[in-house]
Design a protein around this ligand. Sequence first.
Ligand code: CP
Ligand code: NVA
Length: 310
Amino acid sequence: MQLKGRHFKTLADFSKEEIQYLLDLSAKLKEKMKRKEEYRPLTGYSMAMIFQKRSTRTRVSTETGFAYLGGHALFLGASDIQLGKNETLKDTALVLSRFNDLILARVFDHSNIEELAKHSSVPVINALSDTFHPLQILADYLTIQEKFGKLEGLTIAWVGDGNNVLHSFMTSAAKMGMNLRIATPPDYRPQDEVIAIAKADAEKYNTELLITSDPKEAVKGANVIVTDTWISMGQDAEAEARLKAFQGYQVTMELAKDAAENWVFMHCLPRKPNEVDDEVFYSDRSIVFDEAENRMYTVMAVSLALLGKD
Ligand code: CP
Ligand code: NVA
C-alpha cells in the first residue's frame, strides 16, 4: 500500500483498501505493543504536534505511541509557539518541515489544515478540525471490527450534532460497506458538501444513508449507536441555544429499544451526561474505553504509513 508522503486530512481522500490497510496495521501494532515487543522503526524521527485546542486522548495517545516506535513527538500548545501571534501558518509549516518528519495539527477552521499541508514538505495529519476528525473514526472502525469481526453490513446510528466527528463517518462509512442513519436537530444538520459526498458514496457502494431529525427513527435496527458532545470546542457562546435544541437527543436505554439486539454504544469522548446518560455510558453495551485505547494504535499506523516505515 503506497501511503508514503501523503497528507492525512480527511478520510474522503482514502480508498476502502487504504483504510482497511491502516486498520489491519493498527491491529498488528496493538498486538506488538501489548506483548511489549521491542519495535523502534522511528528511531531518529520526530513529529511536531500543534494543538490550537485542548486534548487528552489525541495528545497522550500520539506521544505515547510515537515514543514506543522510537520517535519523538513534540507538544506545541497554543501559547508555546509563535503561530497565531507573531508567525503565519505558512511560515510555521515551512520551518517545522525543516526539523520534523511529520506535522500533526488540531485546529479550528479546516482551511488551517489545508494551508499547513500546502506549505509543508512533510506529511500533515489532521488531529481534529472544525470539519473533520479522521483519526477518531479510524479508531472507531478498529473498535467496531474488534467487536463484530467485520465492518461490512453493519448499521451505525448517529444521534446528536452534525459535527466534525459525524462528518468523518459520512466521508468513509459507505466505502467500508456500512449503513449510516443520522438524527440531528433541523438546525444542526451536517454540512451540505459532506452530505453530497455521503450521498454519492452510498449510491456507489449500495449502502443506506438516512438523515432525519427523529432519533428513534435513526436508531432502528442499528448495531452501533454513536453520539458526541452537543457543544464542540469553540462553540461555548452557543451553549444555551444548543442545549435547548438538542432536548430529546440524549441516548438512553429507552431510546435504544428498537436498535439491533447486539447494539453497542460509542462516543469519542470527552463526554457530558447531556448526550448520553450514565446507564448507557457505563453499561456492558458501551465500548467507549476500548475506543479511546484504540486511538493509540491507529495514530501509530497512520504515522508509520505516511513515513513509509510500515
Ligand atoms: N476524542 C478526542 O479527540 O479526544 P481529545 O480531545 O481528548 O483528544
Ligand atoms: N466534536 C468534538 C470532538 C472532541 C474530540 C469537538 O470538536 O470538540
